[in-house]
Design a protein around this ligand. Structure first.
Ligand SMILES: [Zn+2]
Length: 302
């Protein structure tokens, strides 16, 4: 094979950017998916928009930390190491807590931040990371959390602006990511989880540490799934990354017997926002399908 022939086969690294809200969203929600793509050589970067400083943390957990924010961000650092994230961008907003709570009125929380400001920061990250694929929450923010909704709106607005030459972000050049996804769980999968919970005497409308996750409302707000990614080989990594968010364990996730997992969550589902889907059917098994990679510059042949 000639040198040029070999060089032509060297592919540019594939890059994925996840724009989420709290230290733990990446692990609880996408731990398996991140592990899968990293194992395939994809560079995965993360935006974590808040410090996750709302919520109760038992006092012994805070030993050695000055605040809940410090503890939560230290947990995120550990998860980033386990998941081998390339870069983590912390926006540093305060956690808003749930809709209607006092914390949601705090002017430093993400929900109160001007959307243009958050959008601008997401555009800066997109232009810096140059991801081919971007993931954020769906319109309902997964389960209605205001911080999830805020980062979803900012990321959706940032996606087209990142390639707009008239939208300025200092020295960072415009860049067009090729795909935008909302993370989702297929209705069928959710309904199965609800059935299993009922059988086990658990309430599907009051999940989590604060009993504020309502699976029935999540199903009502579910958007069509276009992409299913098989994560069955990555449960171990998913568990390892989730386990370091110790302050948030204990009821936030429905406790399911591990044996049921290949049936209940074999795939991670996504709604494709861009390029716009032509139907509400599943048409992809890989988020990088149809992504074009630039050829790296050819080395001069001596
Ligand atoms: Zn969250």
């Amino acid at each position: 094979m000639s040198t040029i022939g070999w060089m032509n086969q060297v592919k540019e690294t594939r890059r994925l950017l996840i724009a989420y809200a709290h230290p733990d969203d990446e692990s609880f929600g996408l731990g398996g998916l991140i592990a899968k793509y990293v194992a395939e050589g994809v560079e995965v970067s993360l935006i974590c928009a808040t410090n996750g400083d709302v919520g109760t943390v038992s006092p012994e957990m805070l030993n050695g930390y000055n605040s809940i924010a410090e503890l939560r961000l230290a947990e995120l650092d550990k998860a980033a190491e386990i998941l081998k994230l390339s870069q983590v961008f912390r926006f540093g907003y305060k956690d808003s807590g749930m809709m209607g709570s006092e914390t949601c009125d705090d002017e430093q929380c993400l929900w109160q931040a001007p959307q243009d400001e958050v959008t601008h920061r997401v555009v800066e990250v997109i232009r810096q990371v140059r991801p081919h694929v971007v993931i954020t929450f769906n319109k309902y923010g997964g389960y209605g959390h205001p911080d999830h909704i805020a980062i979803q709106r900012a990321t959706t607005a940032a996606f087209p602006l990142a390639s707009d030459p008239n939208y300025l972000t200092g020295d960072l050049a415009p860049y067009a990511p090729q795909k935008l996804y909302y993370s989702s769980i297929a209705r069928r999968q959710l309904n199965m989880i609800i059935r299993v919970m009922k059988m086990r005497g658990q309430d599907p409308r009051a999940l989590g540490k604060n009993h504020d996750i309502d699976l029935v409302r999540i199903v009502e707000n579910a958007e069509p799934i276009h992409t299913l990614v098989d994560i069955r080989r990555f449960y171990k990594d998913w568990d390892a990354a989730s386990a370091v968010h110790k302050s948030q364990l204990g009821g936030r996730m429905p406790r399911m017997p591990k044996s049921l997992r290949p049936i209940l969550t074999p795939y991670q589902g996504f709604t494709r926002v861009y390029p716009p889907p032509t139907s509400s059917r599943i048409d992809e098994r890989d988020m990088f399908e149809n992504v074009t990679l630039e050829q790296p510059a050819l080395a001069p042949v001596p």
